[in-house]
Design a protein around this ligand. Structure first.
Ligand code: ADP
Length: 320
């Protein structure tokens, strides 16, 4: 193998830059050439791709976002679109591809591999932590810390005004960010899509807390579990308490990656290059029990990720 390519696709996440840096530097270290593809599969189809050298990834390890940019490409979902991408594979002499992205991007990579046999390695980069085959995805830890920072700030104002705050956080169909930030931030209730919840129980808990002298309450709602505004309205109708809703939105996708995410991205990016050199053809890298592992690419979307019930129950016990 002489020349590989790397792209970032789907939703961006903090740490993607560290992953690109690791792919480029590790590949060059082993004497490979690297092509950087801009704007995910869109740039793959449109030949928006350029050679990368050591200095092209300098000064990016601490930056959020992705220097390669990212995109969602409807055209890549069509066989005509993927054919155009394959013509670029031939034109640029690409012999292996590293895709940094979420499960949608991995699905695209898997289909492309089955059609054109180009070796592809997925590096899980999404704040949602919704990919099976890895315990953590790049960006999840940073996003969780961003939410935690917001909880801390809201707690200050919530205490001053003795109010109930509802904080809607990202995660698509995953409650991972809500759960881990909620536990760390001491939220009174955490509503996640993986588990059914009862608004009546949330309200009862709130009232119990206020009767005991609690000055404020913070309820975290994962976006997949409902809309913060609806839940705030229901709670104030049922309890008569004033609720304030904050929707954190895209600020959760940005920011300088934490040490954990930079190190995870560096290790995963490096392993992806090793995997290509060792002949893996349709695989992903992941982290399991603090070891970087290689699994079949479809491990990312064939299984259903479950929530750690022990952690959920603990959060409930500690916020009684
Ligand atoms: P993420 O990778 O963050 O889950 P998306 O689900 O939006 O993000 O997927 C990113 C891109 O991957 C899509 O815009 C599309 O180009 C490609 N993709 C997703 N699913 C498929 C599919 N079934 N076939 C081909 N390409 C796909």
């Amino acid at each position: 193998m002489q020349r590989i390519a790397v792209l970032t696709s789907g939703g961006d996440s903090p740490g993607m830059n560290a992953a690109i840096r690791a792919v480029v530097r590790k590949a060059i270290y082993h004497g490979l050439e690297v092509i950087g593809i801009k704007r995910g599969y869109s740039g793959f189809i449109e030949a928006d791709m350029w050679p990368m050298d050591l200095s092209s990834v300098g000064d990016i390890i601490h930056r959020g976002g992705t220097i390669l940019r990212t995109a969602r490409s409807e055209e890549f979902k069509t066989s005509e679109g993927r054919k155009k991408a394959y013509l670029n594979v031939q034109r640029f002499g690409i012999q292996g591809l590293v895709v940094v992205g979420g499960d949608g991007s991995f699905r695209g990579a898997e289909i492309f591999n089955s059609e054109y046999n180009l070796p592809v390695i997925g590096v899980p980069g999404t704040i949602d932590n919704d990919i099976t085959g890895t315990e953590y995805t790049i960006g999840f830890e940073t996003a969780t810390n961003t939410v935690l920072d917001a909880i801390n700030k809201i707690r200050d104002t919530a205490t001053s005004h003795e109010r109930t705050f509802i904080l809607e956080v990202m995660g698509r169909e995953s409650g991972c960010i809500a759960l881990m930030a909620g536990l760390a931030g001491g939220a009174e209730s955490i509503l996640i899509p993986e588990l059914r919840y009862s608004i009546d129980e949330v309200c009862e808990k709130l009232i119990r807390g206020y009767k005991r002298g609690k000055l404020h309450s913070i309820i975290i709602v994962a976006e997949g579990a409902g809309r913060g505004l609806d839940i705030g309205k229901q709670i104030s109708e049922k309890t008569g308490l004033e609720t304030k809703v904050t929707i954190l939105g895209h600020l959760q996708r940005g920011g300088s990656p934490t040490a954990f995410d930079r190190n995870l991205a560096s290790r995963m990016g490096s392993k992806a290059v090793e995997a290509l050199m060792e002949g893996y053809r349709k695989h992903m890298v992941g982290i399991v029990a603090d070891k970087i592992v290689i699994s079949p690419l479809d491990a990312a979307f064939k299984g259903k990720r479950t929530i750690d019930l022990e952690i959920y129950n603990l959060a409930n016990i500690l916020s009684i």
